[in-house]
Ligand binder design. Structure first.
Ligand code: ADP
Length: 265
């Protein structure tokens, strides 16, 4: 608590009372800590690939200068590190854009089913490369009011995660089930995988920025640790919600729901 005491003096200068103000700082401190942690995390995430890039540049200028084989190998690593930084900056910018638009209600009518279909099409090369099979079932149309690019991003992040974390090292292939259904009031996107799953203690924190169950594994799969934070923000803006259920070593189910577009409104 922040305590402030102010004497209340009478016109003759005599102090007869005092005004004591107590200000609860818990929330202010929490927000401040989140902000400091966020900046520290973002800087750390950028510093690692940057240090690697600088290191390789120095090696290329020095001992590897006349070794074409080493040079080619180092250039591939440098390109990947550059891409990692670009991805991180892209995600940071998305997050900040979404946060700034917090109170603007998106206005176009979007078919979530068709949006998800196009995401699945664009992710199928990645699924194939990682040995995952996507099974899609959609009930068209599933009309919601919102920002198509943002809803596309929700589907992309959830399906990409299911592909990345759904393939177990011991399995030859993995199944990712994606569906879009409508209930009386909502359009519901369900993404299910049968991969490594998530232990219960991690579930409440998954949508925090930079929270990862296994940072090494996430980085190895080009993760930035911001995907689910972005998903949650977008859904909140659309008055929707995200629910996650998972069983360790059995797989996970991510359900994103958004209110259906009510005609005439
Ligand atoms: P990342 O860029 O690391 O994938 P996300 O915010 O998308 O970041 O996800 C946060 C963390 O949640 C991931 O690092 C991973 O540990 C875990 N996670 C997300 N989706 C899944 C999934 N389908 N199966 C298992 N773990 C998952």
């Amino acid at each position: 608590f922040d305590v402030c005491v102010a004497p209340l003096a009478m016109p003759d200068g005599q102090v007869e009372a005092a005004l004591v103000t107590l200000r609860d700082l818990t929330e202010i401190r929490r927000v401040e800590r989140l902000r400091v942690d966020f900046i520290a995390n973002a800087s750390h995430e950028l510093r690692t690939p940057l240090a690697s890039l600088l290191g390789f540049i120095e090696t290329l200028q020095g001992s590897a200068r006349d070794d074409p084989k080493a040079r080619d190998r180092f250039l591939v690593i440098m390109r990947d590190q550059g891409r990692r930084m670009a991805r991180l900056i892209e995600d940071l910018l998305s997050l900040s854009r979404i946060e700034q638009k917090q109170h603007v209600r998106p206005e176009t009518v979007v078919d979530l089913a068709q949006t998800v279909r196009s995401v699945v099409d664009s992710l199928s090369p990645m699924a194939e490369e990682l040995g995952a099979e996507i099974r899609l079932s959609v009930a068209e149309p599933a009309l919601v009011k919102g920002d198509r690019d943002e809803l596309l991003r929700v589907a992309e992040n959830l399906i990409e995660n299911a592909i990345k974390y759904g393939v177990r090292p011991d399995a030859a292939s993995a199944l990712v089930e994606v569906s879009v259904d409508t209930t009386e009031k909502e359009a519901v996107l369900t993404v299910r995988d049968y991969g490594r799953g998530i232990a219960p203690e991690h579930l409440p924190r998954l949508t925090e920025r930079f929270y990862r169950v296994d940072a090494t594994q996430s980085r190895a799969r080009n993760g930035t640790g911001l995907g689910l934070a972005i998903v949650k923000h977008i859904l909140t803006r659309h008055r929707g919600k995200l629910s996650i259920s998972s069983r360790l070593n059995h797989g996970s189910t991510f359900v994103a729901s958004v209110p259906l577009h009510a005609r005439g409104k």
